[in-house]
Design a protein around this ligand. Structure first.
Ligand code: TYD
Length: 222
């Protein structure tokens, strides 16, 4: 059966990924390419139960290895339940965060290193690799500001607390940011880095340009 196409969006908290995924999905729908959209952590019934363990700031004392293992547990479930079936059916999958997040946050931020993340990815995720990764990486300072403001608003509006990561210090986010850049340098064919402090429309344009190009190439080669 024809394999679908796997696109991931990555970036720091507050990089505007969620808005961009919605706009990209709408753009695809207009072109009669409705994507399967999912996110990590979460995106399945099991994942939605794992998510609060990871994100609630009352989850104190979570060891970095536990945190990483939970991210992979969530991912294994999403692959089995959502991503692989959609790809097998020839669909385009749009996923909000994937293993690059684990490499950046747990490998970089928590200083577990890339090697263990990539090894677990091979063992647990069968090395499933996105065809294209859109990495939104505005300046570190503006990402941090947006993440903190958004988290305060979210907590006020919903009474939910998903701020465990946003409470981290700037040094943690600097390591995440640097690890993302390292991944982009290592895999330039897969990862498109959208940097700078661009507006929502400009980022959207860069995203659709990249997506249109790779889809066209894939169609030619397929
Ligand atoms: P989420 O609310 O999805 O954030 P955003 O909208 O910014 O993507 O929260 C996901 C948080 O979990 C985010 O702070 C990054 C973190 N995370 C990891 O640390 N490792 C991972 O493997 C994944 C998928 C997420």
């Amino acid at each position: 059966m024809q394999r679908g196409f796997f696109i991931t969006l990555e970036g720091l908290d507050g990089s505007g990924k969620t808005t961009q995924i919605k706009r990209l999905a709408a753009w695809m729908e207009k072109r009669h390419l409705p994507p399967t959209v999912t996110r990590q952590p979460g995106g399945t019934t099991t994942g939605d139960r794992i998510r609060p363990l990871l994100l609630d700031s009352r989850s104190t004392g979570l060891a970095p290895m536990t945190e990483m293992a939970l991210m992979f547990a969530d991912r294994a479930q999403t692959i089995a339940e959502v991503i692989q079936p959609a790809l097998d059916a020839g669909k385009i999958v749009l996923c909000d965060r994937f293993t690059d997040s684990t490499e950046a946050y747990q490998g970089g931020g928590r200083e577990l290193g890339s090697e263990i993340v990539l090894e677990l990815h091979r063992l647990i995720c069968g090395n499933l690799t996105p065809d294209l990764t859109l990495l939104l990486l505005p300046s570190l300072e503006s990402s941090l500001d947006r993440a903190r403001r958004r988290n305060e608003r979210h907590n006020e509006q919903t009474g939910q607390d998903e701020g465990r990561f946003e409470q981290e210090q700037d040094a943690f986010y600097r390591r995440v940011w640097e690890k993302y850049r390292e991944i982009a340098r290592r895999e330039p064919d897969r990862v498109i880095l959208i940097g700078g402090n661009l507006g929502i429309d400009e980022v959207h344009e860069q995203i659709v340009e990249a997506v249109a190009e790779v889809l066209l190439t894939a169609r030619k080669n397929g």
